[in-house]
Design a binder for this molecule. Structure first.
Ligand code: FAD
Length: 508
């Protein structure tokens, strides 16, 4: 008889793990706190507009190909590459910088600011490329069983990269570039990791390689929620049942073994194997009541910034916006140094804007745009009061209107705000942290909450706060690593996917 798996949470990590387990013959059942699947990869439909509520692009697009190949299913997603990769607006400069993968074209953007840019960026990326490929299979796509196995993994990484552990990303950029704008633009990726370029190790310049050279940034035809829809359709066709509005609140133990979970209505859920897609640290504290993950201990860990998101439906089209745009001020260091820990809303906020109606016109009524604004803000440990949400949204919208020369306020048809409290309450994100646990060297790989439970041999974890970390492609890798744990075979090192085997051949 086939084994039964219960997956707690229908985020990308839960959905992808469910699909992989069905490929191994498991019967899968899923429970989800929210009213529809996707977790942070969710959707909001309102006033004739459709919004992706969280992710709007991703790198390492081949990880989606790998997932479907692993499960022997044709890839149902149509991806499109972003070109330009993104645009960056600085305060006091009307024209945005357009960031291209074509380095000659990119050099044109900085010709007045950074002499010999093309050669400099090639040198910078070549070093970042070697870090990426020397760690991908040795550290990132690997399960570790304790500190010794992690230490051995680290020892397999060429020693030449060790200086990059002791320099910051900003220092690495200063060694390569003189222009403040170039340094700021290339350092933005540090914020995805839950830190600033001033305290992120230089090894993470590998993220610049992923965006500018390796695979670029991608989006999905039909909107990002197509990913969730496609996976849900495939799972339903494979007989997977999903129960929404069902939050797991307690574990049941019998004779020292995990015997099931209880939801908020007192219903008991049982299976042979359990996978939690809930935050791997928070779940251990809140549901399993582990002292090592008490609120006090969790608060002492490092978390990524919380999202403050605005979903605007506006009348009119805005020519100067691209799929993926950053709006920055001109006090970068000061902003970066205070943004994580301040208890007040930023007066001159830095924010990210995505207009998916540019590439998916069906997301907005004719002649309109759907605008997603994400302003990273301190999490609820530092700023618990969000009664100023409307004010902060007004401030961002006024700033953006002035910078793009389009009165967003006057043309607004639909407006919705999710502040960090909303993000916490919708998806159980710890203190509203948007990307989960940060990725400092003390919280990655063998030092991140493991994907195999410490006490129960039938409980596993998948998603942003377990290994390897956050972001859509990384969560797909997480689903592969946890499947490897569950089925007991080394699926990552010996992929069934020809795509990965081919890529592996390129890597070494
Ligand atoms: C605003 C925002 C923008 C982002 N943009 C990008 C981007 O552009 N590109 C990118 O690659 N990444 C982006 N990310 C990160 C990305 O969304 C996440 O890394 C990824 O979606 C995490 O997936 P997951 O499966 O780990 O967790 P989640 O998506 O959080 O899924 C976990 C699920 O478990 C459910 N759950 C939790 N606890 C319980 C419980 N006790 N019982 C039942 N159900 C439970 C939750 O409701 C949720 O549905 C963004 C994140 C945010 C917040």
């Amino acid at each position: 008889m086939s084994k039964k798996a219960l997956i707690i949470g229908t985020g990308l990590g839960g959905l992808a793990t469910a699909l992989r387990l069905t490929a191994h013959g498991y019967k899968v059942e899923m429970v989800e706190k929210y009213h529809q699947p996707g977790g942070r990869l969710n959707q909001l439909k309102k006033d004739g507009f459709t919004f992706d509520v969280g992710p709007s692009f991703f790198s390492m697009s081949y990880e989606f190909e790998e997932l479907f190949h692993y499960c022997n299913i044709p890839n149902p997603l149509q991806l499109h590459e972003l070109n330009p990769v993104y645009s960056v607006y600085f305060a006091n400069r009307n024209k945005p910088f357009l960031i291209y993968k074509d380095l000659k074209k990119l050099a044109g953007e900085f010709k007045d600011l950074e002499p010999d840019f093309e050669q400099k960026v090639r040198n910078y990326l070549s070093r970042a490329k070697s870090v990426f490929h020397d760690t991908e299979y040795r550290i990132v796509k690997k399960n570790f069983n304790g500190l010794l196995s992690y230490a051995l993994g680290l020892m397999s990484v060429p020693l030449k990269h060790s200086p990059m552990l002791f320099r910051t990303m900003w220092q690495e950029l200063e060694r390569n570039f003189s222009s403040q704008e170039v340094k700021v633009i290339f350092s933005l990726v540090a914020f995805f990791l839950g830190s600033t370029p001033f305290d992120t190790p230089a090894v993470y310049s590998l993220l610049n390689y992923t965006e500018l050279e390796h695979d670029g940034y991608w989006s999905v035809k039909g909107g990002m929620y197509r990913i969730t829809e496609a996976l849900t359709e495939l799972l339903q066709a494979r007989g997977v049942t999903m129960h929404f509005n069902t939050e797991i609140v307690e574990a049941v133990e019998k004779d020292g073994k995990l015997a099931g979970f209880i939801d908020q209505n007192g219903n008991k859920w049982q299976a042979d194997v359990y996978v939690s897609n809930s935050d791997a640290a928070f779940f251990r504290g809140k549901v399993l009541k582990r002292a090592k993950f008490s609120e006090q201990k969790l608060d002492a860990m490092k978390w990524t910034l919380a999202p403050f998101t605005i979903y605007l439906g506006v009348k009119g089209t805005i020519p100067d916006l691209y799929h993926h745009n950053y709006f920055l001020g001109n006090n970068f260091k000061e902003y970066a140094d205070t943004i994580f820990k301040t208890s007040v809303s930023p007066q001159k906020p830095y924010y990210y804007v995505n207009v998916s109606s540019k590439t998916t016109p069906e997301c907005a009524p004719e002649g309109c745009e759907n605008i997603f604004i994400l302003c990273p803000v301190p999490d609820l440990r530092f700023k618990p009061d969000w009664s100023d949400s409307e004010q902060l949204a007004d401030n961002i919208i006024a700033d953006m209107s002035a910078r793009i020369g389009f009165d967003l306020q006057a043309n607004t048809i639909s407006r919705t705000i999710y502040n960090p409290i909303d993000w916490r309450d919708k998806f159980n994100l710890y203190k509203g942290s948007g990307l989960g646990l940060a990725h400092g060297l003390d919280q990655v790989a063998g030092l991140r909450p493991n994907n195999a439970d410490e006490n129960y041999n039938n409980l596993f974890y998948v998603g942003a706060s377990t290994v390897p970390g956050t972001g859509l492609p990384i969560v797909l890798i997480s689903s592969k690593l946890v499947t490897e744990r569950i089925v007991g075979s080394n699926t990552t090192q010996a992929p069934s996917s020809g795509v990965n085997a081919g890529q592996m051949a390129n890597l070494f």
